[in-house]
Design a protein around this ligand. Sequence first.
Ligand code: CAA
Length: 239
Amino acid sequence: MGAFETIIYEKCDGIGHVTLNRPKALNAFSVRMRDDLHEVLSAIKADDEVRVVIIRGAGDKAFCAGADLKEFLTAPSVIQARRIRSLRDLWRLFLSLQQPLIAALHGYVLGSGMEIAMFCDLRIASPDVTFGLPEVGLGILPGAGGTQTLPRIIGLSGALDMLLTGRRLRSQEALAMGLVNRVVPVDRLSQTCNDIALKIVSFDSRAVKGAKQAVYGGMDLTLEQALELEKRIAEIVRL
Ligand code: CAA
């Protein structure tokens, strides 16, 4: 894998570290970043040495301030259409990863940035985070799954509030609503995510992948079907 223009990728102790790296633009999600992420996530998917992934943003102001508005608002419609299709590919790729993903969140987590965080399995935030999905106020819809992932994570009522009114949440509110798992001091964010990742790495990887698969696979099934799925996966894990 070559070097990337918009992200940094490192691998250490079974952990894949992905850093969104456009700090001067608050790590805005550009077409280039989408392509870079696609490449690195594809590599991670095929790499058994990577047991867990941490995604973070470079700089001290943002995890990601959403789609690159300069690029987005000037893109001709054909390019926009291609972009939306590719975004869909990226979210399918996120969903297809068997390894757990941890989002290390600080500063602004807006639009596509929040959508990336919602594709992660665990969200750990510093106290300074501002979450928001401003898309509807911009005359568009969240283009990377936000209308579907948000209600699955925090429920219908909170999701509609954020989507329809543009309501922003700070870390403690996000914690209370179940959008984040933990809030930790900013100087502990990286270490906490690393500790969680190392704990996951210490577990049997088949059990970890199986648990993730059972949870997501069961969400859209009846309880009876989901229990059947759990049984099948548990048998495979035990083999
Ligand atoms: N796209 C491109 N550049 C961005 C950006 C974005 N989303 N957000 C910030 N930047 C750039 C600014 O243009 C600025 O660059 P310059 O120094 O070259 O002028 C730099 O980052 C720093 O930003 P600010 O000076 O604005 O910083 P601030 O602290 O005053 O404000 C902010 C921070 C409130 C997050 C503000 O930057 C902002 O409102 N950004 C836009 C947020 C947004 O609406 N994102 C799009 C969401 S919609 C989406 O993501 C679409 C989708 O899914 C399809």
